[in-house]
Write a protein that binds this ligand. Structure first.
Ligand SMILES: NC(=O)c1ccc[n+]([C@@H]2O[C@H](COP(=O)([O-])OP(=O)(O)OC[C@H]3O[C@@H](n4cnc5c(N)ncnc54)[C@H](O)[C@@H]3O)[C@@H](O)[C@H]2O)c1
Length: 325
């Protein structure tokens, strides 16, 4: 089996690639992996086992149709992670989000179809649903994105599903909640807060801290992706959540405890523009159809994550310095 992974040098893509190459998925034992990644600010070769003979890494852009035509033939599946992924960056400049997330996804879909690649798994986000005050989103919930990031992901979901309906492509879409774990670029809340606290620096908490997110350990996410790749039905969407809703204030309290710091290390900052209040995913479909259950508890996952950042300063210090974080 040959799997083509876009964005495989990023946080979640690299977790997926490492798991495949460690033969953690019964459906992909011995699989070879091609990673196509632009190595934008969040892509990092240190996330990948570069000497593994089953891994081929290509630095390149998913909007490069000629490169895709060259690379894609012979692959059995595409798992598409590549994206501009940070909401705050989309608020200050949305064009790269449209270019990579929307245009790039369409170019990749076309190239995969022309190359006769088997299944195309499009990795998306719960943010496409908007914000929900009560209850949880099922996969049929209307898309109502608020940030430019979420709008670009919603657009790409629709393009992926349209490729199935129009051309009969074997497309599956997954929508996950907020991921956390090792190797996450330190602009995102958990690695930002942990690395700041380890350095004795304050952490910026948006608004009243009451925004609620469902937290999903990245290893649970990539297991869910592989289940959808192996057994999901073509043309379907599967939510992947962690089943752990927390306000940002509650999350901050857990991170302060884990790092041995107090509330004096928290600096309230002006709320993010258009900040979604609450995300909540209903994961009944993937649980019943594909047998998915999250396995990593938030307590264990956060403890392991804090330990990893404590022990891997050499990974994150240069990234923070370069990004001015
Ligand atoms: N992190 C989360 O909590 C989360 C939640 C829901 C969905 N997602 C989705 O999961 C996917 C991966 O997210 P992540 O957190 O790993 O992001 P990330 O920013 O860590 O990784 C993105 C990767 O894509 C690469 N990339 C960017 N533009 C590219 C281009 N034009 N061509 C090729 N490669 C390009 C980057 O170099 C990077 O390696 C994204 O599609 C994102 O929308 C993430």
């Amino acid at each position: 089996m040959q799997i083509f992974v876009t964005g495989g040098a990023g946080f979640i893509g690299s977790a997926y690639v490492r798991a495949v190459l460690k033969d953690e998925f019964a459906g992909a034992v011995g699989a070879k992996v091609t990673v196509l990644d632009l190595l934008s600010y969040s892509g990092n070769l240190a996330n990948l086992p570069m000497t593994d003979s089953r891994l081929r890494f290509v630095q390149g852009d998913i909007t490069d149709a000629a490169l895709l035509r060259d690379l894609l033939p012979g692959h059995d599946a595409v798992v598409h992670f590549a994206a501009e992924s940070h909401v705050d960056r989309s608020i200050s400049g949305a064009v790269p989000f449209v270019t990579t997330n929307v245009l790039g996804t369409q170019i990749l879909l076309d190239a995969a179809r022309e190359a006769g690649v088997g299944r195309f798994l499009h990795v998306s986000t719960d943010e496409v649903y908007g914000s929900i005050s009560e209850g949880s989103w099922t996969e049929t919930w209307p898309l109502d994105p608020n940030s430019p990031y979420a709008a670009s992901k919603a657009s790409s979901d629709l393009l992926a599903l349209a490729a199935h309906r129009t051309h009969g492509m074997d497309v599956v879409v997954t929508r996950c909640s907020n991921n956390y774990g090792t190797h996450q670029f330190p602009e995102k809340v958990i690695p930002l807060f942990v690395s700041n606290l380890l350095d004795g620096k304050q952490v910026p908490l948006y608004g009243d801290g009451g925004n609620i997110r469902d937290w999903l350990h990245v290893t649970d996410h990539v297991r869910g992706i592989q289940l959808a790749l192996d057994k999901g039905r073509a043309g379907e969407v599967y939510n992947i959540g962690g089943g752990t809703e927390l306000s940002n204030r509650e999350l901050t309290g857990m991170l302060l405890d884990a790092c041995g710091a107090g509330w004096d290390m928290v600096r309230p900052v002006e709320d993010r523009k258009g900040h979604d209040r609450r995300y909540s995913l209903d994961i009944t479909k993937i649980s019943k159809e594909l047998g998915y259950t999250p396995q990593v508890t938030l307590e264990q996952g956060l403890a392991d994550t804090v330990t990893w950042y404590r022990e891997n300063r050499a990974w994150w210090e240069p990234l923070k310095a370069r990004a001015g974080l």
